[in-house]
Design a protein around this ligand. Sequence first.
Ligand SMILES: Nc1ncnc2c1ncn2[C@@H]1O[C@H](COP(=O)(O)OP(=O)(O)OP(=O)(O)O)[C@@H](O)[C@H]1O
Ligand SMILES: [Mg+2]
Length: 277
Amino acid sequence: MTEEYKPPALPSPFTNTTPAPTLLVQGAEAHLYKTVSLDPSIPAALKVRPSKPYRHPILDRRLTRQRIIQEARCLVKLVREGVSVPAVLAMDWEGQGGEESAWGGAWLMMEWIEGPVVRVVLEQWEAWMKKHATALDASQMPMEEDRVRGLMKRIGLTIGGLHKAGVVHGDLTTSNLMLRSPAQGQRQETGLAASAVSMEGEVVLIDFGLAAQSTQDEDRAVDLYVLERAIGSTHPRSEQFFDSVLLGYRESHKGAGSTLKRLEDVRMRGRKRSMIG
Ligand SMILES: Nc1ncnc2c1ncn2[C@@H]1O[C@H](COP(=O)(O)OP(=O)(O)OP(=O)(O)O)[C@@H](O)[C@H]1O
Ligand SMILES: [Mg+2]
């Protein structure tokens, strides 16, 4: 017998929002809704961290609160520094309301980024290549590869901007990178691309739940390494273009060279660890 899925209770005031927020993603830690902010024509992303019933209520409240405040603090700082992240619109960490009297959770409302996550873009591109690569002519293949290289380079530039601002992400995967779709009429890509998977748009970093303030080469290099491993395991056909991430990164700020040197050590340790098992 399957029970009908019931999403967790929304915190107040979102129980009264019309139209009701729609649940997009339910992770282990957070639920992501699409809703509106002030005006029904302004879309917004609502990240809710429900309380964890198995934790002691006082500890739980403190941890939930800490993480959402940490995330909001990073976003506010990064927007100010001109790094491409969603702006913070509102938040609450008191954990009042909802349908349960002692809700205990916290939420963060931010700017809605219209566009796909990079994971989906690369998945679509790889699927397309798998099917059509043999039919591409001599000029189309390098052009397709150049588009991926271009995307990778922009990712590297964006991560470099983040690090330059004194923040490390802590969980760089292709699900935590989005591509903000250009406004209608602003599209640059010509009809020349064979695969029709668009790679246009500004790279936007999301999900700062594990981010930290740091300017250490080690922390920065680990950020890059985590992304390298994530791309290697999720997007095997795109892994060969990861070098372009580092190319963009190198151009992004003055300290990049020493971080990239450190990345060699981090990779070495990673290899040793996987040899031991
Ligand atoms: N500002 C936004 N605009 C549009 N979509 C978003 C936005 N923020 C998140 N999303 C979508 O929701 C998904 C989940 O968001 P996010 O990565 O922040 O949560 P999470 O991975 O569950 O969080 P955590 O790892 O902190 O527990 C993203 O992969 C993306 O598809
Ligand atoms: Mg995420």
